[in-house]
Design a protein around this ligand. Structure first.
Ligand SMILES: NC(=O)c1ccc[n+]([C@@H]2O[C@H](COP(=O)([O-])OP(=O)(O)OC[C@H]3O[C@@H](n4cnc5c(N)ncnc54)[C@H](O)[C@@H]3O)[C@@H](O)[C@H]2O)c1
Length: 317
């Protein structure tokens, strides 16, 4: 199979590309090295992919006409659209950029896929579409009309765009709502990466709020397994939660890191971040039944694997 992945130099994109190459697929990666975080981090993600014969890479912006031309030229069997300006805080600082990349960029890619006759489209949505709610688990059938950050609004808008393409053009499209993905190569500003860095340096861990916020942390290998299953299941227009299906508090996450790293954290509590929600919690029954998705990695195991990876990179952890 030939698969085109946008955001291929990023965290989830580079692991997805690796999994597809490992099973014999051909992968065309697209990424513009968006300055949201360090280019060197993304170059490292790409390094092992670049050495493989069935991997091609283009440094280009999803909104640029040459990207649509590239899709038309490659005519992949599936377009996996992961490129985005991620992050709630970034979207509060520059909502127009988030909307332009995440919504207009998606529309350009949906249209490029349609025009090129690409049979199947997979879109990276987010648990943030569920907004602020006191109780979980969150189901795909729940109403998601109250996003609390511009980022969440761009992902909800993205799902609506996908639906409109499925309706108007019969595009086969799957939107995957990822729940706080972590593991090797994760984005440097995300909680587990930032906490591990601070712990290793003996610096205070900056906790936003009182540490009681609950997250459905999902290990990267489980997410990639779900993405690959969605790639293999064309037809119709479907939304799936890809979470672990268990929630832990921020404090429990810090304790797991402390135990794994054998260090004691110095905590610095600050005000909760605007746009962040107090709970994410995935009901994964639909993904289980329809995709055969079965997350396996517990938070403790995932944190242990992440710390082992940091150490293997020569980081103090
Ligand atoms: N990591 C998570 O916990 C999580 C949770 C929910 C949703 N998501 C979504 O999953 C996707 C991947 O997330 P990630 O954590 O791997 O982020 P990431 O930032 O590591 O990867 C995204 C990649 O897209 C690229 N990109 C950004 N704008 C682009 C543009 N205009 N043209 C071409 N490439 C561009 C970036 O350079 C980056 O390499 C994103 O759509 C994100 O919103 C991630």
């Amino acid at each position: 199979m030939r698969v085109c992945i946008t955001g291929a130099a990023g965290f989830i994109g580079s692991w997805t590309a690796r999994a597809l190459l490992a099973r014999g697929d051909e992968v065309i990666g697209i990424d513009n090295f968006d300055p949201y975080y360090d280019r060197a981090h993304k170059e490292r993600n790409l390094a092992e992919l670049r050495s493989q014969g069935r991997f091609a890479f283009a440094e280009t912006d999803i909104r640029a006409p040459e990207t649509a031309a590239l899709v038309a030229h490659c005519r992949p069997d599936v377009l996996v659209h992961l490129a985005a300006r991620p992050g709630v805080r970034a979207s509060l600082e520059d909502p127009a950029a988030a909307a332009d990349i995440n919504v207009r960029g998606l529309a350009v890619m949906l249209e490029a896929a349609r025009a090129a006759g690409v049979p199947h489209f997979v879109f990276a949505s987010s648990s943030s579409v569920y907004g602020e709610r006191p109780q979980g688990p969150f189901k795909e059938t729940d109403r998601v009309d109250h996003p609390v950050s511009p980022y969440a609004a761009t992902k909800k808008a993205g799902e609506l765009l996908c639906h409109s393409f499925a309706h108007a053009f019969g595009t086969s499209v799957v939107a995957l709502r990822f729940f706080t993905v972590y593991g090797p190569r994760q984005r440097p500003e995300m909680a587990i990466a930032a906490f591990a860095r601070a712990l290793a340096a003996g610096a205070p861990l900056k906790v936003l709020g009182d540490g009681s916020a609950r997250r459905d942390f999902t290990y990267i290998d489980d997410v990639v397994d779900g993405v690959v299953r969605a790639i293999d299941r064309p037809g119709g227009c479907r939304i799936y939660n890809l979470g672990r299906g268990e929630t832990v508090t921020v404090m429990e996450t810090i304790r797991a890191l402390e135990e794994t790293m054998g260090r004691k954290a110095v905590l610095e509590f600050g005000p909760g971040s605007r746009g962040d929600v107090s709970l994410t919690s995935a009901d994964i029954a639909r993904a289980r039944h329809e995709l055969g998705y079965a997350p396996r990695v517990s938070l403790r195991e995932g944190v242990a694997r992440y710390v082992a990876w940091l150490r293997a990179q020569g980081e103090r952890a």
